[in-house]
Each structure stands twice: as C-alpha cells, then as structure tokens.
Design a binder for this molecule. Structure first.
Ligand code: NAD
Length: 371
C-alpha cells in the first residue's frame, strides 16, 4: 500500500492545507495510506481529529522519509527535502523558474518533483489546475479586501437621504483572477471597467456586464498556451497613458497582469498613483512577480503621499483558507486519479500533462529553463 504524506506548511503567511479530510478519505478508499503532519489543517479549519475520523494518521515531519508521495502547497525547504525517501514523488507549487536551488535539492535526493504551475492550460487538465482554482479565489478576495479598505459603500443606493453613486472599479488584466474580480465587484453593485491586452477578453468582460476600456496598442495577442505576449516598451507607454485617465477616476484599481515565467509588467506608475483620488485603493495582485504598480510592496499595504492605499498581498486566497484548501485538495485528488492505472499511481512521462509538470525526474533536471 502506497503512503501519502501531507506536509504542514512552514511559511508563516500560509493558512491553507494541501489535502482536506474528506479527500483524505477518498484516497484511503482508493488504497492509499494517508499520513498528515500534526496540525497541518489547523489554520484552514481542519483539526487532526477530523483527519483521524476520515481514516488518516497524524504523524511528525520525520514521516517524510517513509512516504512514497509528499504533497504540500508551497515548496518544501532544502533541509526537509534531504529527509525525503529516495525514489519518492513530490507535488506542490514549486515556482521552478525562480527556485533552481530547490529543484537541485530534489535532484540530489533522487526525488521526482512535479510543479503545479506547469500543468498545461488544456481542457482535460482543468480539473487539476491549481493556478486557476487559486487565482479565481484571489480575484474574489481582492474585491473583498478593497471593499474593506474603501471609505465608501459599493452599490448605488437611492434613499431619502440622497442618492449614493456606486464605487468605480478598474480591473487591469482579465484572466482567471480578473474575471472573478469583475464578477464579484458587479455582484456587490460596483460600476466596473476592465482592460486586457488579449483582444479575446473583450466579449468576456461585456458578458459580465462590465465595460471594456479600448486601448489601441497595435499588435498584441496571446501564446498558444493562452498567456499574454510581452508588450514592447512603446506599447507599455501607450497603455500607461491611456489608463492614467481611467485610474484617476477610479475608486478601486485591481491589477492582475502577469506574464507566465517572466517579470510582471509595470503598468501603474508612481505618477499615475499621484493622479488618483485620496482614499482610493489599489490591489496589486502581481507583487510576487515584481508588481504591476510602482510603490507596491509584497505582503504589505502602503499608503502613497496622496493617500492611496496600495495592497501588495502575494497570496490573497490565503484569506479564505477553507475554500482555497478545498479547491487545492480537489486538484491534488484529480491529479492522482488521472495518473492512477489499475489501482497504482504511475509517473507516465508519455502523458503530456505529466511531461509538462515534472520538473525533476529521478535525480535529473532535463529542461534547460530550470537548470
Ligand atoms: P495570467 O495570470 O498569466 O495573467 C493575467 C492576465 O493579465 C491575463 O489575462 C493577461 O492577458 C493579462 N495581461 C498581461 N499583460 C498585460 C498588460 N500589459 N495589460 C493588461 N493585461 C495584461 O493569466 P491567467 O489568468 O492564468 O489566464 C490566461 C488565459 O488562460 C485566460 O484566457 C484563461 O481563460 C486561460 N486559461 C485556460 C485554462 C484551461 O484551458 N485549462 C486554464 C486557466 C486559464
């Protein structure tokens, strides 16, 4: 019987857990022995007792040396990778473009490591796409955070005490997070405008009842994987100029613009922030990749000289850890299920999904991007 180990997240900012009790139960029924590090689910609202009731065992961190499959959310430390069993399999968000030392530690420990970020954007892989499940929640959380920081209400209200205008949102970057941010802001009654360099997005923005801001940047588009292409310096400048007016009128600006595997583009300059209204709010959802907003600080909320609150949380979805863990955990179970043949989990490198996400295989890092 194969042993699966759920690690306790060591990053103090992390509140999620990689596998929830009901999914532990599913894996146990499928023949796994599930061992959960003590208190792994506590911050997400899942007690050790709930895991035990589901049939899992509560263990210490040293259990890693016995496990065939280790799952976590964030990358494990190089020290803990040294304690992994040779020949085992690890799955988490490994940030492989930036964490080459971690990958080397996996190779040295002869562990096969799969990175959730590298799951392809295909229909069949959607059920195990952690970037989508977590970005979706992050988009929701960005709006809730902005609403909490704003000194005004979101919806329009017509009352005997007068008419209150709705809050104006401007969402920059309409991928998974941006679409959820639009939908959430609309549900709460805001007036929403949005922009993305991928022209296909316009219809999606309109279908959510928001206005698409038209900016002619010449040739833009998307890669075969569905990600935005990088703009030229001139195009970025044109974009900033056009967006400055929209930002100046907005109460809330949410930026989600990322370029997969590369630094995020700087889209809102300090000058544009200076042109915004006092007490307006910016949520920069790209701070982990360098940020879309000049002056934003990762995991901090700063206030500009003119009183604009700039939120730089790198993991907004950690604010809803029960839901975020539930979705991450479902992605994990779907991943394991997809690669289980005749009751056994197999690392099938002929499969395009496995081939894409395995970044270290039996001590080797073959992809030059990660060496
Ligand atoms: P992302 O997180 O890489 O980027 C967020 C958004 O920022 C994207 O929409 C991108 O176009 C935009 N952006 C980049 N540069 C910009 C700029 N200069 N100005 C304005 N916007 C800019 O993207 P994502 O949310 O992961 O999704 C990208 C696409 O992939 C979407 O179309 C999404 O629907 C698609 N997708 C498909 C699948 C699937 O088929 N399994 C899964 C997830 C996402």
């Amino acid at each position: 019987m194969k042993k699966l180990f759920v690690e306790l997240e060591k990053d103090p900012r992390e509140t999620r857990v990689a596998l929830i009790p009901s999914d532990a139960k599913k894996l146990i029924s499928a023949g796994w022995t599930v061992c959960v590090e003590k208190d792994a689910g506590l911050n997400a609202g899942f007690s050790d007792k709930e895991y035990e009731d589901a049939g899992a065992q509560i263990v210490g961190s040293e259990f890693a040396k016995e496990a065939d499959f280790v799952v976590s959310i964030r990358k494990p430390s190089e020290e803990s990778i040294k304690g992994y069993k040779s020949g085992s399999f690890h799955l988490s968000l490994l940030d492989p473009f930036n964490e080459k030392q971690t990958l080397k530690a996996f190779a040295d420990a002869n562990v096969t490591a799969a990175s959730f970020e590298m799951i392809p954007r295909s229909t069949i892989a959607q059920k195990m796409d952690v970037l989508s499940s977590q970005s979706n929640l992050a988009g929701y959380c960005a709006v809730i955070r902005a609403a909490g920081l704003s000194n005004k209400i979101m919806p329009m209200m017509m009352t005997p005490a007068g008419t209150i205008s709705p809050l104006k949102f401007f969402i920059i970057g309409v991928g998974v997070a941006g679409l959820q941010a639009i939908a959430t802001a609309k549900r709460l009654g805001a007036r929403v405008e949005a922009f993305d360099t991928r022209p296909v997005v316009e219809e999606q923005v309109k279908s959510l009842g928001a206005k698409f801001v038209k900016i002619d940047l010449g040739q833009t588009g998307q890669t075969a994987q569905g990600y935005a292409k990088e703009l030229t310096a001139e195009q970025i400048e044109m974009q900033r100029k056009a967006m400055a007016k929209v930002c100046a009128q907005a109460d809330v600006v949410i930026t989600t613009a990322k370029l997969f595997g590369r630094k995020a583009p700087l889209l809102v300059t300090a000058e544009m922030v200076a042109g915004m209204k006092p007490n307006s709010v910016i949520v920069d959802m790209a701070t982990a990749g360098g940020g879309n907003v000049e002056g934003s600080v990762a995991d901090e909320t700063v206030i500009s000289a003119n009183g604009v609150k700039i939120v730089g949380d790198t993991c907004l979805e950690a604010q809803v850890p029960a839901t975020a863990s539930q979705m991450y955990s479902a992605n994990v179970v779907n991943f394991i299920g997809h690669f289980t043949k005749d009751g056994n989990f197999a690392v099938d490198m002929e499969d395009p999904i496995m081939k894409s996400c395995v970044v270290v295989k039996e001590g080797r890092i073959d992809d030059p991007r990660f060496q």
